[in-house]
Design a protein around this ligand. Structure first.
Ligand code: ADP
Ligand code: MG
Length: 386
């Protein structure tokens, strides 16, 4: 079993990753910092991770020759995005240790399966109904409206979601989504949003980062703050315990992000999960003594998982492609010199060759001695970015 596998040693192992986006790139950097070789499989010649890996297998995710090459060179394999085809992970698992396993990733690919897993883990999510047929649609309880209709598969950054107030809008929304399988969730009165990053080892050890408080704009993560400024200690403990149960219940190995809502009545509800490091965990690169990417490397290499310690209060600002355009729409370079002159700023750019509005180009971590100082510097940085 995985638990009895020997650790892969720093300086010797080759670690593979399916997907070449920014999460893959930061994973590659973490693997390389332990002297490991890193190999990326991604169809895009300019993929951010492929550009920095020892080897970029330039192939589709189901390409047999590409998968065979990855299994040949990598001692262990992970994924940087949840929509990697389950068959691809199953194929790789015939020859190599794959973490997280395809079965765990499959829960995260389907909102209905994901919510069923939350229930099985004893963690409450929003009241919902699965809609796969006209009969399902007709049977929806009135109490779920107003609600949010979400495609069961392939949604991200608020895409594939329609807010519906009544049955007529529900019908129109489902038509607009081409009547693909969906879940309808009751619209909840949110006070704020949180996430928890856990890493679980093949031996069942779970370590966790502190709770993150997240602010989204237009469905995309904009700001993460740690420590979470508006969340009680009791609620943080509840979120951490819930996330650990969700990971353990599916025998998960690797880094898992679980997103939560805090409702206006102060209760906690789980939203969704991602089977990988997460945008809301990027602050760990500069504010913790071990990053989410370091823990992904350790988990897949069966190296000791260390409980992360937050050493600096921090604010993370996502840098979207919008910042690469001025008010008149002309391309510009954001004022990096002024940003880097601010105390506590750590700039991470993903090496993407072209900027588009809404595209994740990088992030800025701002660390300080106190939460108030980190917030003040973050406001100053945001002002400079414009
Ligand atoms: P995505 O996969 O796009 O991140 P989410 O399910 O996390 O999709 O939804 C995106 C955002 O929409 C959430 O971060 C939250 O702000 C809002 N949202 C989602 N579901 C609900 C809900 N049931 N009630 C209120 N707001 C919601
Ligand atoms: Mg989300």
């Amino acid at each position: 079993s995985a638990a009895s596998l020997k650790p892969l040693l720093p300086g010797e192992a080759t670690l593979g990753v399916m997907g070449g986006g920014q999460l893959g790139r930061m994973f590659v950097h973490a693997a390389q910092s332990l002297g490991c070789r890193a190999v990326v499989l991604d169809p895009d010649a300019d993929s951010p991770a492929g550009l920095v890996a020892h080897e970029h297998i330039h192939a589709g995710y189901l390409d047999e020759a590409g998968l065979a090459r990855l299994a040949e060179v990598a001692d262990a394999i992970t994924t940087e995005f949840e929509n990697v085809p389950a068959q691809a992970l199953a194929r790789l698992a015939e020859r190599r240790f794959v973490a997280p396993a395809g079965a765990a990733v499959a829960y995260c690919q389907d909102r209905a399966a994901e919510k069923a897993h939350f229930g099985a883990s004893g963690v409450a999510c929003a009241p919902y109904a699965v809609i796969e047929s006209a009969a399902d649609l007709a049977a929806v309880a009135d109490s779920l409206l107003p609600g949010i209709l979400k495609t069961s598969r392939m949604g991200y950054d608020g895409k594939g979601q329609i807010r519906v107030r009544n049955r007529a809008e529900l019908q129109a929304g489902w038509d607009e989504l081409k009547q693909v399988p969906c879940v309808l969730e009751q619209m909840l009165p949110l006070a704020l949003e949180l996430s928890v990053l856990s890493a679980r080892g093949a031996d069942g050890t779970v370590v966790q980062f502190p709770v993150q408080q997240n602010l989204h704009r237009d469905g995309i993560l904009a700001v993460t703050q740690v420590p979470a400024p508006a969340v009680s200690e009791a609620l943080q403990q509840q979120a951490l315990a819930s996330a650990a149960r969700i990971a353990t219940e599916m025998g998960y190995v690797g880094v898992l992000c679980v997103e939560f809502f805090v409702l206006q009545d102060g209760s906690l509800v789980v939203n969704e999960m991602a089977p990988r490091p997460h945008n809301s965990g990027h602050y760990t690169m500069n504010a913790c003594d071990v990053s989410q990417f370091d823990l992904q490397v350790r988990a897949m290499a069966r190296l000791p998982l260390r409980t992360p310690r937050l050493h600096s209060p921090t604010v993370m600002l996502n840098l979207l492609g919008d910042l690469w355009f001025d008010a008149a729409g002309a391309e510009r370079t954001p004022p990096w010199d002024a940003i880097l002159a601010l105390p506590g700023t750590h700039l991470h750019l993903y090496g993407k060759t072209s900027a588009r509005p809404g595209r994740k180009m990088g992030h800025l971590n701002i660390t300080a001695a106190t939460p108030a100082e980190a917030e003040r510097l973050a406001r100053e940085a945001a002002g400079l970015l414009g």
